[in-house]
Structure formats: structure tokens, C-alpha cells
Design a protein around this ligand. Structure first.
Ligand code: ADP
Length: 194
């Protein structure tokens, strides 16, 4: 057996439209760990019209964050599943300082901690254009010009401060998200192996 040295308990952070979902899927396939996207879990609940979905939709359609009480419990449940025991990649969570604390608690309760945090750095003007295109192509109801602007503002206010938190813990790996999908993926895998 070869020793597993690559980081396996991971977060990917970046503004809306940075390409987190695309890269998360690649990393998940490469490392054999589940990619856990809070946005995807919410969207699945919205389409199945669950109670959680109805609640989440009322926030998502305005570009607001779903309340922490709901989101934190959902993540705790997901991280308790067997497939996350040996590693995971969280995409879109944590998004606020309070969610950072909640995640620390969830992991500490199960004797785990984070190995690395990938920051996808992209130009904010470029992401608006990407998101408008995605809204048109995928029909995502939160990808309209107005909500996009609001989501980016929220990211800058509430999520960008997480970068300093994880940098001070020595976990941050900065990757230029402006290159091609393959190039970004290669840069991420190299950053994780360091
Ligand atoms: P994007 O990164 O493009 O905004 P996501 O799929 O990550 O897309 O999130 C879509 C929406 O789902 C967010 O605008 C928010 O309403 C909700 N959401 C996702 N993750 C969280 C979270 N950690 N906390 C609160 N709301 C969240």
C-alpha cells in the first residue's frame, strides 16, 4: 500500500462563478472523495419540493444566504455519512465566519480537522459575465443580473474574510482561477501535493 500524503479534508472557496463546482468534481474524481456542495444540496431539495427546499428557495432566489441554523445542520448530517469518513471536499461552505466556527465544531466532534483550503482567485468583473451565460444556459433562477451582483457583494463582505482566517492557520492554497479548466485543475493538484 502506498502512503496517502495528499490532503483529503478540503474546502474550495471563491466567488460565485469562479468555477468551484467544475473543479470540485475533478478533485473528487482524482482523490476519490465526495464533493459536497451546499448549493447542490439546496437545489436538489428545491426540485424535490422538500420543506428544506421551499425554505432555501426563498433565500436563494433573492441571492441571500440560507440561515446558518439550517445550513450547519445539513452539513453536519452530510459529513457524518460513511463516504466522508476518509476525506471530503466542501464547496460553498463555510461562507461566513459563523459557519467557520460551526464547521470547526462539527469536525472536532468527530476527531477530524481540515488539511487544506483551496482559494480560486478570479477577476470579479469576469465572473458576472460567466454567471449571466450560465443562467441562460442552465436556467438557474438565481443567475440573473441583479442577484449575481448581490451574491458577489455578499461574497466580498461575508466570505472573503475567511481567506485571512485560513491563511493564518497555514491552510490556504491560492490558485489562479482565470486559466483554462485543465490548467486550473493541474494547479490545484500541484498545490495540494505541496
Ligand atoms: P454560487 O457560488 O454560484 O453562488 P452555490 O451553488 O454555491 O452558487 O450557492 C447558491 C445559493 O445557495 C447561494 O446564493 C445561497 O443562497 C445558497 N447557499 C449555498 N451554500 C450556502 C451556505 N454555506 N450558506 C448559506 N447559503 C448557502
Amino acid at each position: 500500500m502506498t502512503e496517502v500524503t495528499t490532503a483529503r479534508r478540503l474546502l474550495i472557496i471563491g466567488p460565485p462563478g469562479a468555477g468551484k463546482g467544475t473543479q470540485a468534481q475533478r478533485i473528487s474524481d482524482a482523490l476519490g472523495i465526495p464533493a459536497i456542495s451546499t448549493g447542490d444540496i439546496f437545489r436538489a431539495n428545491v426540485s424535490q419540493e422538500t420543506e428544506l427546499g421551499v425554505l432555501a428557495k426563498s433565500f436563494m432566489d433573492k441571492g441571500e444566504y440560507v440561515p446558518d441554523s439550517v445550513t450547519n445542520d445539513m452539513v453536519a448530517d452530510r459529513l457524518a455519512a460513511d463516504d466522508a469518513a476518509d476525506g471530503f471536499l466542501l464547496d460553498g461552505y463555510p461562507r461566513t465566519p459563523a459557519q467557520v466556527d460551526a464547521l470547526d465544531g462539527i469536525l472536532a466532534d468527530t476527531g477530524r480537522s481540515l488539511d487544506a483550503v483551496i482559494l480560486l482567485e478570479v477577476d470579479l468583473d469576469a465572473v458576472v459575465e460567466r454567471l449571466v451565460t450560465r443562467g441562460r444556459e442552465l436556467g438557474r433562477s438565481d443567475d440573473t443580473a441583479e442577484t449575481i451582483r448581490h451574491r458577489i457583494d455578499l461574497y466580498v463582505e461575508q466570505t472573503a474574510p475567511l481567506v485571512d482566517v485560513y491563511a493564518s492557520r497555514g491552510l490556504l492554497r491560492r490558485v489562479d482561477g482565470g486559466a483554462s479548466i485543465d490548467e486550473v485543475n493541474a494547479a490545484i493538484m500541484a498545490a495540494l501535493a505541496r
